[in-house]
Design a protein around this ligand. Sequence first.
Ligand code: BV8
Length: 260
Amino acid sequence: MKLNKDAQEAVSAINPDEMDVVIGWLKGAHKVSVLSGAGISKESGIPTFREAQTGLWAQYDPEKLATAAGFLNDPPLVWRWYDWRRQMLDSVKPNAGHQALAELEQLISEFVVITQNVDGLHTVAGTQNLLELHGSIRRFKCFRHGHPATEEIPLGLTEPPRCYCGSPLRPDVVWFGESLPEDIWKQAVLTAENCQVMLVVGTSGLVQPAASLPITAKRARTRVIEINPTPTPISDIADIYFSGPSGEILPKILEEFKKK
Ligand code: BV8
């Protein structure tokens, strides 16, 4: 795999002894989980959640737009924000980090990806055992009753279309102040409590309750490995922290795993 200069630096910055330890843990584990955040999609060209506000959206706070109150306050504005993000998906594809996780899933008997992301790129990359904690901007439901939208919703609408029940449609995501889907959250907690290794990839560890999963894993004596160019609150509890882009480090882990 030909790496560009930055990538070579990122991968060469990995401590080989720590890589050996991580591969040893992964080889010895039959239950491995991943918690991914917006950082894993950065190298696909999707801005991370906290830097997403570029251009005309710069003046809005995502934590205000990604709420039921924000939607009720200005349905066309919030609809257009999600439409802008969905249009972005048309021109992006999974990067080597997503693909490495999809391949690792085939090599480890129980492998579950728990994602905070709503871009659907893990699915496009081929990951099967996936828990989408915060839903997906590729799916829609009605605001009032949660009726799933059945037909394809075109891009470029300037205000929310209506459900057959008359309620406006909304993206099928978990907004701030909304509870996570109970069954998915329960499965995520069970996974964190029972896995032997957890890879925490590209998350700032600021959004709850998702950010509590590595702590739940640590309490169950799981080996926690964090991959992020910048340290986060999770770095303090991680057994090993690889500083660098996941699009370079995850393929390196896969390469070393396959060598052993
Ligand atoms: C809940 C979908 C129970 C929408 C998202 C007051 C009232 C109510 C709740 C709260 C409150 N105060 C606090 C809360 C809890 C709140 C919360 O956590 N707030 C935070 C901001 C403090 N949580 C909730 O509301 C949750 N629900 O608590 O329910 C409840 C119910 C009712 C009343 C009370 C409680 C629901 C949270 C879900 C919100 N929805 N998404 C949408 O996307 O539009 S979360 C959103 O942020 C995205 O999903 C995103 O994934 C997620 C988390 O961010 P990250 O993924 O970590 O992304 P971020 O940009 O932050 O960081 C990127 C990282 O990548 C960085 O570390 C960077 O260094 C790294 N990186 C960069 N490049 C790379 C890289 N890493 C690797 N490789 C690279 N190349």
